[in-house]
Design a protein around this ligand. Structure first.
Ligand SMILES: O=C(O)[C@H](O)[C@@H](O)[C@H](O)[C@H](O)COP(=O)(O)O
Length: 244
């Protein structure tokens, strides 16, 4: 039975520090258990802050970075290295500094990749990559998600048809209400396959969406994002101001 836990801390700095240290512990624990850890990264400001904080944590030295698999929850479908790609931001915030195994870093395809600007083919390619361990999906210990002002998570937006797409593990998103219009995303069933889902939000612009999602407003994608064993809402006080 999945459990939902809400953690509220004073501000965005404390939130980044809290999430960063939880992430390090989670990776260390997963490696102690299986030798590897599978983490899904997210985009946005708070996520970048978390990654920058991990960089400075002394306890991160306990991680064997060569045995961490990194995936992305969604990507803005742009050329490789574009400053707006979630991948580019994660690399700049942390990944470029780590002794990662390149074969275990799994960015979503870019528009100058093998499928060019065919987002549907690129999403299908990522679905194939997710099958790396032989099953449809790899083990995911933690799947992190930023939460939009509109309650979106990954590139699953309210009232957008891809929100209800259960046909595959990934999907191309066209006509996204937030730029850029074309994106690639994990589908909601894929998000729900993670052992733990962490929804991370800071600031007053998140108060309404976080409050509504935790009140069970199913119109909001964030309300559907639950992990198999645990769902953590990791919030600062401003984002948590309207939680039940
Ligand atoms: O693909 C995107 O457009 C962003 O990655 C987006 O989904 C982000 O995760 C949330 O909007 C929260 O972002 P903030 O932490 O910056 O508010």
């Amino acid at each position: 039975m999945s459990k939902t836990l809400v953690v509220v801390v004073p501000d965005a700095d404390v939130l980044a520090a809290t999430v960063a240290s939880r992430l390090v512990s989670k990776i260390v624990d997963a490696q102690a258990e299986r030798g590897t850890a599978g983490i899904v990264l997210t985009g946005g400001r708070i996520a970048a802050k978390v990654l920058r904080t991990v960089k400075d944590l002394p306890t991160a030295a306990a991680i064997d970075w060569s045995h961490v698999d990194l995936w992305w929850g969604d990507e803005r479908f742009l050329p490789a290295g574009h400053a707006d790609r979630n991948e580019t931001q994660a690399r700049a915030a942390l990944l470029d500094e780590l002794p990662l195994d390149r074969a275990r870093v799994h960015p979503m395809p870019a528009t100058d990749g093998p499928d060019g600007d065919d987002a549907t083919a690129a999403a299908a390619r990522y679905a194939e990559e997710l099958k790396i361990g032989g099953a449809d999906l790899p083990p995911i210990d933690v799947l992190m998600l930023g939460v939009g002002e509109d309650g979106h998570v990954a590139s699953l937006f309210p009232e957008h048809p891809v929100l209800n797409d259960t046909s595959g593990t990934t999907a191309a998103v066209f006509d996204s209400p937030k730029p850029p219009p074309t994106r690639i995303t994990l589908t909601m069933p894929t998000i729900q396959s993670a052992d733990e889902v962490w929804l991370i939000a800071a600031g007053p612009d998140k108060t309404d969406s976080v409050g509504a999602a935790l009140n069970g407003d199913k119109a909001l994608p964030a309300a559907h994002a639950v992990g198999r064993t645990r769902t953590y809402w990791l919030l600062d006080q401003a984002a948590a101001a309207k939680i039940p």
